[in-house]
Design a protein. Structure first.
Length: 170
């Protein structure tokens, strides 16, 4: 029998991963999502967001939702919710940066921010700030204009809420 040296080791449970899961180092360990699994999902979402630049945000969300549902269905046993909260926030920031990138011009950015409820002075200041899409995707003006509730109405799957639904149904 051949042994794969990269998969075999004698180590603490929190230093190893098995089927995408790992353990916390606490006295009473909890099951958590392994860092490699989180990174793989993030890379997949990055790729999907690059492809979404020519689509409406609604189409991007519709393509993203099955991936998120499948991923959280597999990792529903996780007991550490911080990773899910971080991923949810990161996904919303990616989508906000896609919006910023799609608007392209200062006038479109200001107009769309005003349409989303930002006052005119703040909208123009934000639209002309000269910063990139990633910075603006996490900025307070985009969070105020497009909060979590807006993404919920658009139908974006929240990993944390989906996990809570799956564990309460079991």
């Amino acid at each position: 029998m051949k042994v794969n040296a990269s998969k075999s080791a004698v180590a603490r449970p929190w230093e190893r991963k098995f089927l995408g899961y790992s353990m916390t180092w606490h006295k009473k360990p909890k099951l958590k999502i392994a860092e490699a699994s989180r990174k793989r999902l993030a890379e997949k979402i990055r790729k999907m967001m690059r492809e979404a630049r020519g689509q409406s945000l609604q189409q991007a969300i519709e393509r993203l939702n099955p991936v998120l549902r499948g991923w959280i269905a597999y990792f529903r046993l996780t007991e550490v919710k911080g990773v899910l909260e971080d991923l949810d926030g990161w996904i919303r920031r990616k989508l906000r940066s896609v919006l910023w990138r799609q608007w392209k011009r200062v006038y479109a950015r200001a107009k769309n921010l005003m349409r989303a409820g930002i006052d005119e002075v703040r909208a123009w200041r934000s639209a002309t700030n000269g910063r990139g899409p990633w910075w603006n995707g996490g900025a307070s003006h985009m969070n105020a204009a497009y909060p979590k509730s807006w993404f919920d109405r658009m139908g974006l799957v929240s990993l944390l809420e989906a996990r809570q639904r799956l564990t309460s149904a079991s």
